[in-house]
Design a protein around this ligand. Structure first.
Ligand SMILES: *[C@@H]1O[C@H](CO)[C@@H](O)[C@H](O)[C@H]1NC(C)=O
Ligand SMILES: *[C@@H]1O[C@H](CO)[C@@H](O)[C@H](O)[C@H]1NC(C)=O
Ligand SMILES: *[C@@H]1O[C@H](CO)[C@@H](O)[C@H](O)[C@H]1NC(C)=O
Ligand SMILES: *[C@@H]1O[C@H](CO)[C@@H](O)[C@H](O)[C@H]1NC(C)=O
Ligand SMILES: *[C@@H]1O[C@H](CO)[C@@H](O)[C@H](O)[C@H]1NC(C)=O
Ligand SMILES: [Fe+2]
Length: 437
């Protein structure tokens, strides 16, 4: 009895005296493209306060020839422990496009491992190569090892993570987010890791998402656009249609930003240089899954908007059609699905023989099968006529925007050890709304 009491007392005393470990070693390193040629943002985390420095140099030249300084923001998780972390950001500028750099980040209190990246070019001869996926978790991230190997082998220039990270970043007082960001360091520290928010980022008003990522623009990574090769890429939040409690005004702000951005991208001089307009966002307008999600309904909020709000909230299908968006990338459903060119639930093939040669409506791809603890989603037995190909294998998509007329897509099955299970060449001799005629 007395011993137990003593032990209990002793235990609580030592607990009260314990201090959190000093944590000045940089971790969770990831990079993103700020949308200005010759630049790159390096982002990382420490739990103790330190300086924010990146030392870097061209591959094969003097190591750490250049130094760039940035700053950190204190991010406090919304959970019970109110865990604190410092998110460091440094912008590198005046990089030579197409050139490889070696870098490490941190401060004199501790440096990260050594990483490398190639500065993005906005003009290419063979076109940028992407890996695309959504819905990857800390638990069961089945595609990650294959993506790590391929990224480090240099077959991708850019990764697009189309929402739903970690499952969920805020859980266990944010430690799930930390561990997930450590897991993806092996892809995200080497090529720009470009993101959009998904429903799993919702906690505390998307604060983990807004704090941990560093996307272009001034919306805390919620919506933004950027250019690479012959493509203009628009990332946005479908979540503004669902979490109205965080502000209906966000939905309208985003909508008018999208409209302006599309207007600008369609100015003849811009569309001539960047003919491909590609959107990425989490919840699709169409899908043939059996889980009663938004995309399973004819009246999808993302597609048609909402009329139970004041004012009524406009949907996005018409907007994207009017501005001649070529390709729409989605996730959320834990499956892969490719659609025939579609608008208003109707198929608009280029021709029956070659549906993706000069299609008369946007093409949609849903790629949310990277792997997470929620496993797979199911499909309805009989797909609608707009559904072209479906797979429940874990995997991810590769995309190459080859030139102004050709864009290649293929689906990799991780379950089948990297087998390509689907591919299309999207060919467009004309872009913009005129292409629909
Ligand atoms: C942190 O760095 C960013 C980007 O360089 C800069 O815009 C911002 O003003 C800096 N903030 C502080 C507090 O120095
Ligand atoms: C949620 O975050 C957004 C982006 O920072 C902000 O504009 C909005 O006001 C926030 N909503 C609430 C309810 O705090
Ligand atoms: C509002 O939208 C729903 C579908 O989401 C539709 O059934 C209903 O008729 C619409 N109501 C009005 C007043 O337009
Ligand atoms: C679109 O093209 C595909 C492939 O040829 C064909 O199977 C499908 O029936 C076509 N759909 C329509 C509505 O023409
Ligand atoms: C684009 O690439 C395709 C496939 O490599 C090629 O057939 C086509 O001629 C190229 N088009 C232009 C305009 O360079
Ligand atoms: Fe989701």
């Amino acid at each position: 009895m007395a011993t137990t009491l003593l032990l209990v007392l002793f235990g609580s005393v030592s607990l009260a005296l314990s201090v959190p470990p000093i944590h000045t070693q940089p971790e969770q390193v990831h990079i993103s493209y700020p949308g200005v040629e010759g630049s790159m943002v390096i982002t990382w985390t420490t739990l103790s306060v330190t300086e924010s420095i990146v030392e870097y140099g061209q591959w094969g030249r003097k190591m750490f020839q250049f130094t760039a300084k940035g700053n950190s923001t204190l991010f406090v998780d919304g959970g019970r422990e109110k865990r604190k972390m410092y998110i460091h950001r440094v912008i590198l500028t005046q990089l030579v496009p197409g050139t490889a750099y070696l870098y490490h980040c941190g401060s004199d209190s501790g440096w990260s491992d050594l990483f490398y990246f190639t500065a993005l070019r906005e003009t290419w001869t063979d076109g940028p190569r992407f890996a695309l996926f959504g819905d990857m978790g800390n638990e069961n991230p089945q595609s990650l090892a294959r993506l790590q190997k391929e990224t480090q082998a240099g077959i991708y220039d850019i990764i697009l993570h189309i929402g739903d990270f970690a499952y969920d970043m805020h859980e266990d007082d944010g430690k799930i987010g930390d561990e997930f960001m450590r897991q993806v360091e092996s892809i995200a520290a080497y090529v720009p890791y470009m993101t959009c928010p998904g429903n799993h980022e919702e906690a505390y008003n998307f604060s983990h998402y807004r704090n941990r990522f560093s996307m272009p623009g001034d919306t805390e990574s919620l919506w933004y656009s950027w250019n690479v090769g012959p493509a203009h890429i628009i990332s946005f939040s479908t979540e503004v249609y669902f979490y109205l409690g965080y502000g209906l005004e966000l939905l309208f702000k985003q909508y008018s930003w999208l409209k302006n951005d599309l207007e600008e991208a369609n100015r003849p001089e811009n569309r001539a240089v960047r003919p491909w307009i590609i959107t990425m966002a989490h919840r699709p307008m169409y899908c043939s899954n059996d889980d009663k999600d938004d995309c399973t309904k004819f009246e999808s909020y993302v597609r048609l908007g909402r009329n139970d709000t004041t004012p009524v909230a406009p949907g996005l299908e018409d907007l994207f059609y009017r501005y001649g968006v070529d390709l729409e990338l989605w996730a959320h459903e834990h499956t892969y699905e490719r659609l025939w060119p579609v608008y208003g639930f109707k198929v608009f093939n280029g021709s029956t023989e070659e549906p993706y040669v000069n299609p008369k409506a946007p093409v949609h791809i849903i790629t949310g099968s990277a792997g997470c603890r929620e496993k797979h989603d199911g499909f309805i037995p009989k797909p609608r006529e707009w559904s072209a190909f479906r797979s429940t294998d874990y995997g991810y998509t590769r995309m190459q925007v080859i030139n102004s007329t050709h864009l290649y897509l293929e689906q990799v099955s991780d379950d089948q050890y990297g087998k390509v299970i689907d591919s299309i060449m999207l060919v467009k001799e004309r872009h913009g709304p005129e292409a629909w005629n």
